[in-house]
Each structure stands twice: as structure tokens, then as C-alpha cells.
Design a protein around this ligand. Structure first.
Ligand code: SAH
Length: 214
């Protein structure tokens, strides 16, 4: 049952306070996290922990990202209403829901069939409707809907995939954790056809971005 109570709301408010104490300043991002029932994106056995600032296991050996990580990446994307945003790694759909709450047109790709199926049924039940959800390999991006104002990768990428750079609009932003064991949060801004500006932030820990299963 999809139940959201005042107690959950209270825990969410505390989580938002934690995120703002940790340096998240974008009020739209904080407001989105304050209203999305994260406990419903997780297995019910984790319900009591859903508003801790931690990653938790979901299906197919994957994780729902830590709220701070979701907030940090979303803040770096600088989403504006009606922008088209591509997400690589749908997972539980929590990050997708945050982007939809910010009024973006969201396209999302997941390579684990089990998660793809589960999350594509679940998100609309909560009223979150991505423009497209795809089962496939995020290394390829989504050429049919490119170019994007923003691309967010929610798995650790060994390298920055070329296809994702080519699918950014001029002025578009790619937020991607790059590295094998530990990832450096990286923001790439496309300044011109062949001109990409790179900024790096702190270390984060993600499940790996994998090649398409054969
Ligand atoms: N945004 C999700 C994060 C899930 S973890 C959430 O907060 O729930 C990262 C996700 O990326 C996993 O679901 C994993 O299966 C997926 N993933 C890994 N490699 C991928 C690839 N090449 N293409 C698309 N998705 C991928």
C-alpha cells in the first residue's frame, strides 16, 4: 500500500535540515526532497531507515542513492522548468521523481530489466510521469530525444561516455561521477560545438556503470 503519513513528513523535514546543514542551498531541490515519499521507493523492510541520509539496497543488487548525493547532483544540473533532462540509471526512480518535481521533461535509461519493469510501473502510481523510460545501455545516451539541457549519470562511470557529450545542447550540463573504486563528481558544461568546460568536486561512492548485458 502506498501510504505516506505525518510521521514520514516529519522525518523528511529533518532530512531536509540535514541536507541544508551539509551545504545544499538550492531551495527547489530541498522542496522536492521534502515532498517525495522516499520510503515508498525502497523495500518495506527498510522503511524505518528511509529518511536517513544513506544509500540502501534495491532490486538487482543496485542501490537507491544517498539523499545528499541526489541533492548535490541535482543542484549541479541547475534544472529549469521545461528543460529536457536525460538520466542514466533509473534504479528506484527517486532521482527521476526529483527531476520531475522540478518540472523537467525527463528521459531515463536503466540496464537492469527487473528495475526497469518495476520502476516503470511504480512511478506513474505516485503521479510521476517521465517523457520516456528505456531499458538499455546508458553509454549510448538517447539519440532519438537529443540534444538535452542536462544529463545526469547515477552510476560510477570509468570514463566520460562520448555519446553523452555529443547529446548535450550548447550550454548544457553533464553531471557524472567518474572513477573506478571511488568517483570524482564531475560537471561538464558544453560551451560550444567542440568546447567543453570541466569542473570537479569531491569524492563519492556509486555502484558501477556497466556495459549492456549480452
Ligand atoms: N537514480 C537511482 C540510482 C540507482 S544506482 C536511484 O536513486 O535509485 C545506479 C543505477 O544505474 C542502477 O540501477 C544500475 O542498474 C544502473 N546502471 C548501471 N549501468 C548502467 C548503464 N550502462 N545504463 C543504464 N543504467 C545503468
Amino acid at each position: 500500500m502506498l501510504k505516506d503519513t505525518l510521521k514520514h513528513q516529519g522525518l523528511r523535514n529533518q532530512l531536509v535540515k540535514t541536507l541544508s546543514d551539509k551545504g545544499i542551498v538550492d531551495t527547489n531541490v530541498l522542496k522536492a526532497i521534502a515532498k517525495i515519499p522516499r520510503h515508498l521507493f525502497m523495500d518495506s523492510s527498510f522503511e524505518n531507515f528511509a529518511y536517513q541520509d544513506k544509500a540502501f539496497p534495491i532490486a538487482a543488487n543496485q542501490t537507491i542513492s544517498q539523499p545528499y548525493t541526489v541533492a548535490f547532483q541535482t543542484q549541479k544540473l541547475e534544472v529549469k522548468p521545461n528543460q529536457s533532462i536525460l538520466e542514466i540509471g533509473t534504479g528506484s526512480g527517486f532521482q527521476t521523481a526529483v527531476l520531475i518535481s522540478l518540472k523537467a521533461k525527463v528521459y531515463t535509461i536503466e540496464r537492469q530489466q527487473e528495475l526497469y519493469k518495476k520502476t516503470s510501473l511504480f512511478l506513474p502510481k505516485l503521479g510521476f510521469r517521465p517523457k520516456a523510460m528505456r531499458f538499455g545501455d546508458g553509454y549510448l545516451g538517447l539519440p532519438d530525444f537529443a540534444p538535452f539541457d542536462g544529463i545526469i549519470v547515477t552510476a560510477g562511470a570509468p570514463v566520460i561516455p562520448k555519446a553523452l557529450l555529443s547529446q548535450l545542447k550548447i550550454g548544457g550540463r553533464l553531471v557524472i561521477p567518474v572513477g573506478k573504486d571511488v568517483q570524482i563528481m564531475t560537471l561538464v558544461i558544453r560551451k560550444g560545438e567542440k568546447d567543453f568546460e570541466k569542473h570537479v568536486f569531491g569524492d563519492f561512492k556509486f555502484v558501477p556503470m556497466l556495459k549492456e548485458k549480452s
